[in-house]
Design a protein around this ligand. Structure first.
Ligand SMILES: [Mn+2]
Length: 405
């Protein structure tokens, strides 16, 4: 049985705006948080004497992090080399340099020939010897046409045609690798991809280019015993039958507020040919906390905001407070009192929003008991908007032609 630690999406150096400078170290506290969490993962790998560490990609926010961030990452991974634990660093979209081909922030580990380290920047099969037997790993980095060696010109193709072409190339490449596998060895696919079945959080906004989505069916193969993914920050298993498990461990720290409610962690796997036993191990990471309160109807707006703050566990958390109030209530809220109430938080941001009760009166016709046909609804809306009268006919005609398509 081969023991594996699978982690992904470290994004070290992100989210500095959610931290502050630690006066003792001069470092941003969010960098310190990320270092602490990564340290915990590496400690676990060493304490448990795992046979292999798989990193699913996205080491930093981009491929050219500042040297002190680069160092902090290397300092942790070096401990695996010292402990003789083989490690595969897969290249994610954030690791690839946007200029030119093949450059990646992780390539330096190959250049330096770090013992036991493999950089997965192409589709390749790696056979790794461990004290508990050999294991084979197919690496599938973030896909670009360069990685798939697409020779055809894509100049005249639409984006969806390029995606189809890439998917076809991927299927061919993967099939080739699968046929060359040793059928007797435990087998892993390590891939940095967006899989169609995934529930996505912040990667929607983080991805530099949208890239394309791979159907999960491509990975449900008897040749694979475990599919180790990276890219999506929310931990999930995409294969309910668990045969094979298709696992996003998710990011190890919250990169932004879209991950407020997600558990963060890594995955431990016990692998034999034909079976993978896996377990998600949660990490103790900094909490994010959003407070939303509408005090526009309150006779005591400041007290209402303070009560809302008191209801939330803000201690040591990254907090954002959204409150809505009327224009005439502004003098009744003293920002210093809010700041004082939030002082227990690690870091906080306050977003007041002034609402005016008369800004959007309902159109009476929309309150009728029967539902309106959408063209009827549009016509009613336009009738009620003085500034649209001169283009009313054109708008309705355009809407009709859209509906006919
Ligand atoms: Mn990614």
């Amino acid at each position: 049985m081969v023991k594996i630690l699978h982690l992904s999406d470290i994004h070290m150096g992100s989210g500095f705006s959610h931290g502050k400078i630690n006066p003792e170290t001069g470092k941003n506290t969010r960098l310190e948080d990320f270092i602490k969490t990564l340290t915990t993962c590496i400690d676990r790998a060493i304490d448990l004497k795992v046979d292999l560490v798989l990193f699913g990609g996205d080491a930093f926010p981009d491929s050219t992090p500042p040297p002190y961030v680069y160092d902090a990452f290397a300092e942790q991974f070096k401990r695996l080399a010292t402990a003789n634990i083989p490690t595969i660093l897969l290249v994610g979209n954030h690791d690839q340099h946007s200029q030119g081909h093949g450059g990646a922030s992780l390539s330096i580990y190959r250049t330096l020939d770090v013992p036991g380290f493999i950089v997965g920047d192409r589709i390749r099969t790696h056979q790794i010897s461990t004290p508990n037997g050999d294991v084979q790993v197919i690496t599938l980095p973030w896909l670009t046409s360069a990685i798939l060696e697409t020779k055809e010109s894509t100049r005249n193709l639409s984006l969806s045609e390029i995606d189809r072409l890439l998917l076809k190339r991927l299927q061919e490449a993967l099939e080739g690798k699968i046929r060359e596998l040793n059928p007797n060895l435990p087998t892993i696919l390590l891939a940095h991809v967006m899989v169609d079945r995934a529930t996505i959080g912040s990667e929607r906004f983080l991805a530099v280019s949208k890239g394309f989505t791979v159907p999960v069916s491509l990975f449900i193969r008897p040749e694979f015993d475990y599919v180790a993914l990276g890219h999506v920050h929310k931990h999930q298993n995409l294969n309910p039958s668990n045969n094979p498990p298709i696992i996003y461990p998710g990011s190890i720290e919250r990169v932004d507020f879209s991950e407020e409610k997600e558990d963060k962690g890594y995955v431990l796997v016990e692998l034999t040919r034909g079976h993978a036993q896996w377990e998600f191990c949660p990490l103790d990471v900094r909490r994010f906390c959003t407070i939303r309160v509408d005090v526009s109807q309150s006779p005591t707006p400041e007290a209402a905001i303070l009560q809302a703050i008191a209801r939330h566990p803000i201690q040591d958390a990254v907090v954002r407070l959204f409150y809505k109030l009327r224009n005439d209530q502004i003098p009744a809220v003293n920002n210093n009192n809010l700041t004082e109430a939030l002082a227990l938080a690690h870091q906080f941001t306050i977003y007041p929003e002034v609402v005016s009760p008369s800004s959007s009166p309902r159109i009476p016709e929309f309150n009728v008991g029967h539902s309106l046909d959408y063209l009827e609804a549009l016509a009613t809306y336009i009738q009620n908007q003085a500034h649209l009268q001169d283009i009313a006919t054109e708008m309705l005609e355009a809407a009709k032609s859209l509906c006919e398509d």
